[in-house]
Write a protein that binds this ligand. Structure first.
Ligand code: MN
Length: 738
């Protein structure tokens, strides 16, 4: 870059920073401004050598994220500072200690949380341990400081807004993840504007044609709508003005994503989505008169337009559990078209767009101040933990995780491990590796030494210290909660028991020898019964430990001459539960064929039942654990979840016209020659199965024949059917594929 360019860029950076400050300038104290300035200077210095994919200086990204945080969410100076610094520790030489020194503990803690999360983003080398599902749960369980999640959402929003210069496959992955994790999370937190934008951007990259199509149609109908709103306004404006109301009448479009959702769900075209457009009347009011004015407006609107009594929603008397307030009515508007009218005050409007963040703002003006941010954050946390059913689509999912039975902790390298709630250091250690578990000497959590039975919480970074002399003891069984650790500890204790038992056996043989008794199976069995034990191993172990002493052995020898000992033999019955092999391939030639990948490989597959794809659908293959490849439609309700969580198991797939292709296979037949066999064989192949025969050769020798047939089949399933049928022909002993 030339000097002029550098100077120009510095000017742009200064400008962006100024804009950031202006957003919340009035509410910032001098200390706040100082903190933000320090954060900004630090970020500028830290990122000075870095550029984004698009070529612009990296610092523009943290500034943009801080802007989103300040304007869309309205968080405090701490959050703005943390947003400015969110990539510093991850990407530059600055450490957490530096940030703590410069900007204080809270900022450093938030950045730490963000760093941990973003290390998970770099998952290209470790796709399995870092599945989106875990990741999502992590976000939810790590809400120690919920500002971490909010800033992360802002970060994701800006990344989505600037994803243009990325590789297409990365775009799809990030967009799927956004739709699967971040949009619902934003919704749950009540950041409705951000949620809509994330969804629209998500659709733009996952289904570009669909997105463009709807976007274009909205643009085409825009003028028409403007006129319609005008007609509507003209009719009622004077009525509203007569009442001295201050108001705005606006049209508002459903987001592209929600239109798309409705089209798919109700199986209708764009034109048929009747409520893609609504009219909003937003009025000014002091808090005391809000409700009254809403109904006054209702009354005026329905004077001019007839309402549908079945389609009225009073969210003012009964706000939604997420805080949404508004009065919705559907009326027969101009041109006799049904149109939804939403009536709400300025305050209600802001809450509808920004959710709890706006609550916080309104609280702020009435409360004395400083605690309101905390109370808002508490409220958010509550909302995340709230298990009441409410209007949020994804509530079911979240409910599951908030009473999480799982925690998520990090290895020193930043890998994530999931463990059941209540798991201890020792559980973690065994979850990494049995050897490491068995050699555990101590552990550090977030750098501090803790005992082995220390209970872990989500977000802990656990470092295990081992020693070659450490080994499990009986006590360890009280230190663990996971089945895995328990089993391993027991196994290891057993191992030790075996060693003692071995020694015990040698000792017992020696002792009996001095009493003139031979240690054989009979003696062992008698001794086991005499000591009231179950196994010979128990016996040897106790001798080895010394709990069965010389006196006991002498008593045994004395009793032996008088007692008649019965022997019992246990027969072990082995039940072999081999399952009959089930033939799952039921594809017949009435289906067309799906091929996979660029090579158009022919693999076995099944059609998913959730979306029942039919020939010609746009589909993909998903490698299941038990049932091979399943074919889903791209529009399948599970598609996003699968593609985002298990991208590495997704295979590209397409339908082809299978009549165009056949593959040749050579079959070898052998058996006992009889009259008409060849005739039988060809009849089955051509007449019954309609399979082409390319070549046929039979050799008969002293009553035994061998045949080679080359056939053309469309798929493996057909080939299998063919061989089954051929096998039934009398005389045929063996068929094999070459
Ligand atoms: Mn970032």
């Amino acid at each position: 870059m030339t000097e002029v360019q550098i100077e120009e860029e510095n000017k742009q950076i200064a400008k962006a920073y100024k804009e950031l400050l202006q957003i919340s300038y009035r509410s910032l104290s001098d200390d706040d401004k100082k903190l933000i300035r320090t954060a900004f200077d630090t970020a500028v210095d830290a990122h000075k050598e870095q550029r984004r994919k698009s070529g612009e200086a990296y610092i523009f990204h943290p500034i943009a994220v801080a802007k989103i945080v300040a304007s869309e969410i309205g968080l405090d100076a701490t959050s703005i500072a943390a947003a400015l610094l969110h990539d510093v520790v991850e990407d530059t030489d600055y450490t957490l200690n530096d940030l703590e020194r410069l900007c204080g503990e809270t900022v450093a803690k938030i950045v730490d949380g963000l760093t941990k999360i973003s290390m998970l983003d770099k998952d290209e080398e470790k796709p399995i341990s870092l599945q989106a599902e875990n990741y999502r749960k992590l976000l939810l369980t790590m809400n120690d400081d919920i500002r971490v999640i909010i800033i992360k959402i802002a970060d994701r929003l800006h990344n989505m807004q600037t994803m243009g210069s990325m590789r297409p496959d990365k775009q799809v992955k990030i967009a799927s993840e956004t739709l699967y994790i971040y949009a619902p999370l934003a919704h749950r937190i009540g950041l409705y504007n951000i949620k809509n934008e994330l969804e629209d951007l998500g659709l733009k990259y996952t289904e570009p044609e669909v997105f463009n199509d709807i976007e274009q149609k909205i643009a085409e109908t825009k003028e028409e709508q403007q006129e319609y709103i005008q007609k509507f306004s003209n009719k009622i404006e004077s009525g509203l003005e007569k009442e001295g109301l201050h108001f705005q009448i606006k049209g508002r479009h459903k987001s592209i994503y929600s239109i798309r959702k409705k089209m798919v769900k109700q199986n209708v075209s764009f034109e048929e989505v009747y409520d893609k457009f609504a009219i909003r009347i937003i009025y000014k009011s002091d808090p005391a008169n809000e409700k009254l004015l809403a109904w006054k407006i209702y009354s005026i609107v329905t004077d001019y337009f007839r309402p549908n009594p079945l389609r009225m929603r009073d969210w003012i008397s009964f706000p939604k559990s997420n805080g949404y307030e508004s009065l919705h009515i559907t009326v027969i508007g101009p041109e006799n078209k049904w149109v939804e009218v939403q009536i709400r005050s300025d305050r209600m409007h802001e809450i509808a767009e920004k959710g709890y963040a706006a609550h916080y703002k309104y609280k702020n003006t009435t409360d004395k101040g400083d605690h309101s941010l905390d109370s808002w954050l508490d409220k958010l946390k509550e909302a995340l933990e709230n298990n009441e059913t409410n209007a949020v689509d994804f509530v079911e999912e979240f409910k599951l995780n908030l009473h999480a039975k799982e925690i998520f902790v990090f290895t020193p390298k930043g890998d994530i491990k999931s463990l059941p709630k209540g798991a201890t250091v020792l559980d973690f250690s065994f979850s990494i590796h049995t050897e490491i578990g068995a050699r555990t000497r101590g552990a550090k959590i977030n750098g501090k030494l803790v005992p082995l039975n220390h209970e872990l919480i989500s977000g802990d970074q656990v470092e295990i210290m081992t020693s070659s002399t450490a080994k499990p003891t009986q006590h360890w069984l009280n230190y663990v909660t996971t089945g895995r650790a328990r089993t391993k500890i027991k196994a290891s204790l057993n191992e030790e028991r075996k060693l003692i038992a071995q020694e015990g056996k040698v000792m017992l043989r020696r002792k009996l020898k001095t009493l003139k008794i031979v240690l054989n199976e009979k003696t062992i069995n008698e001794l086991v019964r005499f000591c009231d034990l179950k196994t010979s191993q128990d016996l040897f172990y106790r001798v080895g430990l010394g709990t069965i002493d010389n006196k006991t052995i002498k008593d045994f020898v004395a009793s032996r001459s008088n007692t008649f000992v019965n022997f019992f033999k246990n027969k072990l019955r082995k039940s072999s539960s081999e399952q009959a092999e089930i033939d799952n391939t039921e594809i017949t030639d009435q289906y067309d064929l799906i091929v996979f990948g660029k090579e158009e490989n022919k693999l076995n597959y099944k059609l998913a039942q959730c979306c029942n794809p039919i020939a010609g659908d746009s589909v993909f293959g998903f490698l299941t654990i038990n049932e091979g490849i399943k074919i889903h439609k791209h529009t399948c309700p599970n598609s996003l979840q699968l593609q985002s969580n298990f991208a590495y198991r997704v295979l590209s797939a397409k339908w082809i016209d299978s009549t165009q292709i056949e593959y040749k296979t050579e079959l070898r037949l052998s058996g006992i020659d009889n009259m008409g066999l060849v005739n039988e064989v060809t009849k089955v192949i051509s007449n019954e199965m309609h399979v082409n025969i390319y070549s046929l050769a039979f050799n008969s020798n002293s009553g035994v024949f061998e045949g080679k047939i080359t056939v053309g089949v469309k798929n493996k399933a057909l080939l299998k059917q063919l061989t089954t049928k051929l096998n039934k022909i009398q005389g045929i002993e063996k068929i094999s594929r070459v």
